[in-house]
Design a protein around this ligand. Structure first.
Ligand code: NAI
Length: 686
């Protein structure tokens, strides 16, 4: 292992290089090395110090492994202070990402030179904390209050050109070290000697309004705004003290723990893609509707050639138009040039009617109508048209992949690949291992999903896999609350108040009530023994034709785009209560949230017990990335562990005592409570 910090001195200039692969995080050995290098610079009597990073990053932030531990000296704020007060100028040569603590080091320097491809930012709020080494005080002194507010409270990462415009860097150079050695020091003082920024109450208000919208329920962005605003009035030293106190108190908060949990779970999910498997360069996608077109577009975006199959010429034309729309949107958003979009469509996409002229593909992904017979025909055709080694994947939401795979040659290469809509945007994909899927097939697909930058969560076969199975139970319990006395708007508001992106009834209006209706029919809920069937949603579909926003009415009436509680729906709800002989009673928001979150936890526990999900954090990823569960609560299983599993058990037992058809305590939760072990510990590995 090389030294994490290297020091050289030549012609009166010291060069300090942070070299802690892969991205030079400020782990304790780096901090110690930096401290020693500053000593060496003093001893060498240099007139200038250039601070840079080795490899592709300057310093990409703190060491995530140290997040949960007590800090060990030297501490970053002390190093930053030492750089700020250094007797000779220290110049940051920003050779790549300067994020979090990395940017705070650079901010203490007398000047900053960056490569054009550098990225800069203080993304601490995304982990539930604020910058802790001077960022909230030095950035506004350097760039002014308004830009600092937006960068820090949103945790936004910017490119070098924008940083130059803001005055955050002094110059851009392809070789920032050489440029930093020669740089004429800027006329203005180093950040610590700069006057406080001018107060800007309007910018502070705007930042608060923005945070209330974008980061509803989260504490760190609001506190970050307070700190940046205070930089205009407090002396630097006092501002730094406040910042440190806020940082330390947030570091141990529930929200920071939850955000760290999701961050680590995401990293672990991405790492699954590095466990071997073959590289995929050619794909076939069957069905060019909503899902198929977006999947094809996403694959082409990472360089895969995609042959799209439809049943007839008109279908192929529709598919081509669907794909073209996605490219046009990318151009409109400035994500691609018209020329690049044209070139990609010509080079990477082909369209086919049937399978006769299908080029060989390493993977085929099916996204046709949700119908078992249709899907089986598609796979029989793929099986005949493509090599026996081609991986075969179905994007089914609810059908049983084991059934779809029946009759295939080499069923070991078959699996489910459940993308979420829009498939080129949503990061989540459930990767469904069937009874026959081989580990090699899984590894190759996980390598592909990692290349797509997707969060891939493996799951076993069951109705709805992880996400939709929990969703079904969640909606069922919400419907129970409806019949017992709550109304849709109240349930939606309570769950939004908890932090869900949307309430369950708003979501149904958006996606269409017919989908869930068809599912309940397929599952035979009306007559199924052992479940408490609530007929409200089915009555709405069957008697009123209100299918959601697409028909202008659903659980809500609509005044333009604005949902309005509906007297007609409330009438159906209350009449169903009477029909069931239920005396409606009021529900508090707390009770609504308690039931709705507890049922997610209960079903999640069952998924672990049945080895459908591999770990509680996988369930959290699915709910956070696919179903609008608040990231800052860490997902339902993390939330459960924070609340305490005995509390969850007590809730379920109380609910089950009153309503045994709707609730039952999963054994794994009982065992976790009895033994004090965690759910991940008790989960059976598949
Ligand atoms: P869609 O109706 O937009 O597209 C289906 C396409 O398949 C149509 O273009 C149709 O012409 C084509 N098609 C039908 N039979 C075919 C055949 N035998 N050969 C070739 N092409 C055929 O449907 P959507 O929404 O794209 O859904 C497709 C699949 O993805 C379904 O299984 C659905 O359950 C699943 N899914 C849908 C999600 C969504 O949010 N829309 C989310 C996740 C999965």
């Amino acid at each position: 292992m090389t030294d994490p910090v290297r020091f050289t001195a030549q012609r009166g200039i010291a060069r300090i290089t942070i070299d802690n692969p892969p991205v030079n995080v400020t782990a304790q050995p780096v901090r110690a090395g930096l401290s020693a290098a500053l000593d060496a610079a003093l001893a060498a009597g240099v007139s200038r110090v250039v601070l840079t990073g080795a490899g592709r990053a300057f310093v990409a932030g703190a060491d995530a492994k140290e997040f949960d531990a007590a800090p060990v000296a030297p501490h970053l704020p002390d190093l930053v202070a030492r750089i700020a007060a250094f007797p000779v100028p220290v110049i940051a040569a920003i050779n790549g990402a300067a994020l979090g603590g990395g940017l705070e080091l650079a901010l203490a320097c007398a000047a900053r030179v960056a490569v054009p491809g550098a990225t800069l930012g203080l993304p601490e709020v995304t982990l539930g904390v604020v910058p802790g080494a001077g960022g909230t005080q030095r950035l506004p002194r350097l760039v002014g209050l308004a830009p600092a507010l937006s960068l820090i409270s949103e945790g936004r990462v910017i490119g070098a050109a924008e940083a130059l415009n803001l005055g955050l860097v002094d110059a851009l150079a392809d070789d920032p070290v050489t440029a930093a050695e020669a740089l004429a020091l800027p006329a203005r003082a180093a950040p610590d000697a700069l006057p406080a920024p001018a107060p800007d109450p309007a910018a502070v208000e705007a930042a608060r309004a923005q945070a209330a919208k974008r980061a509803k329920g989260q504490v760190a962005p609001g506190l970050a705004i307070d700190l940046v605003a205070a930089s205009a009035t407090l002396p630097l030293a006092e501002g730094l003290t406040c910042e440190r106190e806020t940082f330390l108190s947030l570091k141990t908060s529930d929200q920071a723990a939850a955000l760290r949990h999701v961050f680590f779970a995401e990293r672990a999910a991405l790492a699954r893609g590095r466990a071997g498997g073959a590289a995929i360069d050619t794909a076939a996608v069957v069905g060019g509707g909503t899902m198929g077109a977006a999947i094809a577009y996403a694959l082409a975006g990472v360089g895969v050639s995609v042959a799209l199959v439809e049943t007839d010429a008109a279908g192929a034309e529709r598919a081509r138009a669907n794909v073209a729309t996605l490219y046009a949107e990318a151009v409109a958003r400035g994500k691609s040039s018209p020329e690049a979009a044209e070139a990609a469509q010509a080079a990477r996409h082909s369209y086919h009617v049937g399978y006769a002229d299908l080029p060989p593909a390493q993977i085929a992904i099916e996204a046709v109508f949700e119908d078992l017979a249709v899907k089986k025909q598609v796979f029989a055709a793929l099986d005949a048209a493509l090599p026996e080694t081609t991986i075969l994947a179905t994007n089914t939401s609810y059908l049983n992949p084991d059934r779809i795979a029946e009759g295939l040659r080499n069923p070991g290469r078959f699996l489910g690949l459940h993308f979420f809509s829009p498939a080129h945007v949503m990061k989540l994909v459930e990767v469904i291992r069937t009874a026959t899927t081989t580990p090699e097939t899984l590894a190759t697909v996980l390598r592909l999903t990692a290349r797509l930058r997707k969060i891939a969560v493996p799951a076993g076969v069951c109705d709805g896999f992880i996400g939709n199975r929990i969703l079904t139970r969640y909606r069922q319990i919400c419907d129970v609350m409806l019949i017992e006395g709550a109304l849709p708007a109240q349930i939606d508001a309570a769950l939004r108040g908890f932090g869900m992106a949307m309430g369950p009834y708003e979501v149904q209006d958006l996606s269409g009530l017919d989908i869930a209706h068809a599912n309940r029919k397929r599952m035979g809920w009306k007559t199924k023994p052992g479940i408490r069937y609530i007929p409200i949603a089915d009555r709405i579909v069957e008697e009123t034709g209100r299918l959601g926003r697409k028909t202008g009415a659903g659980w809500y009436d609509y005044d333009g785009a604005k949902p309005v509680p509906s007297a007609a729906i409330n009438q159906i709800v209350t009449s169903e209560s009477s029909r069931a002989g239920i005396t409606r009673r009021p529900f508090t928001d707390t009770e609504i949230v308690s039931r709705a979150t507890t049922v997610m936890i209960e079903e999640g526990a069952r998924l672990l017990e049945e080895s459908i999900a591999e770990s509680p954090s996988d369930i959290d990823l699915v709910l956070v990335h696919g179903y609008g569960f608040p990231r800052w609560r860490g997902g339902p299983m993390h939330y459960a562990e924070r609340l305490g599993l005995p509390e969850i058990c007590a809730r379920i037992e109380a609910f089950a005592a009153a309503d045994p058809l709707s609730w039952a305590l999963p054994d794994i939760l009982r065992r976790a409570t009895e033994t004090g072990r965690s759910l991940s510990d008790l989960a059976r590995k598949p």
